[in-house]
Design a protein around this ligand. Structure first.
Ligand code: SF4
Length: 278
């Protein structure tokens, strides 16, 4: 647990370091845009340089307000006015620039993606409300199924015999206990189709860092809480997930009336084959 906390802190530090560097680079770039024409623009019109200067200062102001809003949101873990915009700003503007800056600094993409997922989860927790079970989707990757299992889950997840040899049995138990929707996708395209069909208000997704970060970006502005799968046999084979992390997330995002079996929802299950028919 202590290791988990220190890992999360390290990822958060990396994210804050990169986003600070990105913000600085953007501001320096914008300042350069002002300085260069300053030398020559006076020859065109004596107000031209000031007009451009005011425009650049305005842009720097927007970047700085966005940066500080995001920074305070991450550090205080409190929802600030416009929290959703800060998450959008991170996903649409800062993340691509951070990847570029990280590349230039020799930081591997995986570490950046992990830090992004970690910070996204905190922003989602600060921003997201609580939902009815039928508004929440547990979106799982197919590689959680035991590779030796002959049950055809791509046609119907309920074909699982719940033998307990892989995490699918526990996921079906969570689906039964809380009444949330449960879906298994064989890839990003199918996952997107499932989201379009089920129209959830909130997604709790399990995947590797690469699929999670692209899924979070693709489904914005829908809040996605990401849980990394464990890969003891390497990528895409017999992966696992800690059910308690999913249960903790459900306790965070479900309306309290629907917890502790007070009021079970009516969640659906959907599989790859059903989503493909759309
Ligand atoms: S829990 Fe279900 S999916 Fe997993 S091995 Fe057993 S029957 Fe197959």
């Amino acid at each position: 647990m202590n290791q988990n906390i220190s890992t999360r802190r390290a990822r958060k530090r990396l994210f804050i370091g990169l986003i600070s560097g990105t913000c600085l680079v953007v501001c320096l770039f914008l300042m350069a845009l002002w300085i260069v024409p300053y030398i020559g623009l006076g020859n065109i019109h004596h107000y031209a340089t000031w007009a451009l200067g005011a425009f650049v200062v305005g842009l720097i102001g927007v970047v700085c307000v966005g940066y500080w809003g995001l920074f305070l949101n991450i550090v205080t873990k409190k929802p600030l006015p416009g929290s959703r915009r800060f998450r959008g700003l991170t996903i649409k503007l800062f993340l691509p620039l951070m990847v570029l800056l990280g590349k230039a600094l020799g930081i591997d993409k995986q570490s950046i993606m992990l830090s992004f997922i970690s910070v996204n989860n905190e922003l989602v927790q600060a921003e997201a409300a609580r939902y009815k079970p039928e508004q929440v989707l547990l979106l799982m990757p197919h590689c959680l199924q035991n590779s030796k299992c002959d049950k055809r889950l791509t046609y119907d997840i309920n074909n699982c015999a719940r033998c307990g040899k892989c995490p699918i049995a526990g996921l079906l138990d969570l689906h039964d206990k809380y009444g949330v929707n449960l879906a298994i996708a064989t890839g990003g395209t199918i996952a997107r189709r499932i989201v379009v069909q089920m129209r959830p208000r909130m997604i709790i997704a399990v995947a590797c860092h690469r699929d999670l970060s692209s899924g979070i970006q693709d489904t914005y502005p829908l809040p996605v809480f990401g849980v990394l799968n464990e890969r003891p046999h390497g990528p895409c084979l017999d992966t696992t997930v800690a059910h308690y992390l999913l249960e903790e997330a459900l306790h965070r995002f479900l309306l309290e009336d629907y917890l502790e079996g007070k009021n079970i929802g009516i969640g659906l299950t959907i599989s790859t084959a059903q989503a493909t028919k759309l």
